[in-house]
Design a protein around this ligand. Structure first.
Ligand SMILES: [Zn+2]
Length: 392
């Protein structure tokens, strides 16, 4: 099992400037390589391969001092491999008959990660050294690598206000899967963060409302300042800090929630999330009248649900507990008691089944259906459509 272990890097303006330069070079190369692939495709309908572009990179490195100084393997993985993955995703979707957009150019602001394998860096006491040729980049590590195991890779990430090192640690094989006796189905939504098939509910974290006010305030402050002015720069930093604070609190909330769940239950069925769909219709509550607040809240929780799912999957795997993702289609309309379809609008908060008389909270009914789908797919019932055992 590979797990990321985040280490805070100490402040060092000179080293940060060097890193920004490396990121800039990688970003420029990414866009150039993307351009090359687009042209090859549009003009001659040929698709350039990763290996062809690697050869070109070798050529570039022999011609250009800046690129020669960058660690070769890091550049390949950060730029060409990432681009290759984007194209694989693109062609996979084309094959499926979808109409995906071409992989897009990256702006400098959104290019924020350098990926290293096991080479081109080392640790020296409390220092992390990135072996850029001639001029190594050195950072103090503010906390230790708290995961035990073999380090398989390293990502250097530019956060809103500081830099991070994410070590990818192999923490050993997953324990054998236990048999579940107190499994649970989980329905997530905008009204209640999560509803369990046993009726337990987890509310949205309290900080959400306050944070949204703060976000809106800082956002307005940015838009009221003149573009390019010093004050606008400052306001932007305040906004970035507000975002970072929310991200931290959201992460804490999710980690705590998941820790509680893994103690209480020994098997999990979760809906396969399609965040876009989820935000638009099914899960949208009706009483949230303030449009702005709704948008922000949704934006914050969209990534929260995704993070919740992946974190729960990871923790379940570490504990040897079954974790299943199921297709949520129909789970809110079907009766968990008898299987009849009970049509509901978004306003209907209660499930009332005329066929069998079952009356219960709408989300709890959905969670029970999710649990049922999960349980059947875990026991290999082939009739379950769309359920799959996840091995994240
Ligand atoms: Zn029923």
């Amino acid at each position: 099992m590979i797990r990321a272990c985040k280490v805070k890097l100490g402040r060092a303006p000179k080293q940060e400037a060097k890193l920004r330069r490396v990121l800039g070079l990688c970003c420029a190369l990414y866009n150039a390589a993307l351009q090359q692939r687009r042209e090859a495709w549009q003009r001659q309908r040929v698709s350039l391969s990763f290996y062809e572009q690697c050869k070109e990179l070798t050529q570039l490195r022999s011609d250009d001092d800046d690129y020669r100084n960058l660690p070769a393997q890091m550049t390949r993985v950060t730029v060409l491999h990432r681009l290759d993955k984007a194209f694989h995703g693109f062609f996979r979707r084309v094959k499926r008959g979808e109409k995906p957009g071409f992989p897009r150019f990256r702006s400098w602001e959104r290019f924020d990660t350098l990926t290293f394998t096991t080479q081109d860096w080392h640790i020296d006491g409390k220092k992390l050294v990135l072996n850029v040729r001639k001029d190594p980049i050195v950072f103090q590590m503010r906390n230790t690598i708290y995961r035990e195991g073999e380090i398989k890779g390293l990502r250097i990430v530019r956060g809103a206000t500081r830099w991070w090192a994410h070590f990818l640690v192999d923490i050993g094989p997953a324990p054998t899967l236990k048999k579940s006796s107190t499994g649970v189905g989980i329905d997530v939504g905008l009204r209640t963060f999560a509803t369990m098939s046993d009726g337990t509910q987890i509310e949205h974290p309290r900080f959400l409302r306050k944070s949204i006010d703060k976000l809106r305030e800082s956002g307005q402050s940015v838009s009221h300042k003149r573009k390019g002015s010093r004050n606008r720069g400052k306001a932007k930093l305040v906004l970035a800090r507000a975002h970072e604070k929310i991200a931290n609190r959201r992460r804490n909330f999710i980690h705590q929630t998941v820790a509680t769940l893994v103690k209480r239950y020994d098997g999990f069925a979760v809906e396969k999330l399609n965040v876009q769909e989820m935000s638009s219709t099914e899960h949208e509550p009706d009483e949230m009248t303030k449009k702005g607040a709704r948008g922000l809240r949704r934006g914050i929780m969209d990534s929260g649900w995704t993070m919740f799912g992946t974190h729960l999957a990871a923790k379940a795997e570490e504990a040897g507990l079954p974790f299943v993702r199921v297709n949520p289609r129909g789970t809110s309309q079907r009766c968990s008691g008898c299987g009849s379809v009970v049509r509901k609008t978004l306003r209907d908060r209660t499930h009332y089944c005329a066929a069998c008389g079952l009356v219960m909270d709408r989300d709890e009914n959905a969670a029970r259906n999710i649990y049922d789908l999960g349980r059947r797919s875990a026991t290999g019932d082939a009739r379950v459509e769309g359920a799959e055992v996840s091995s994240e």
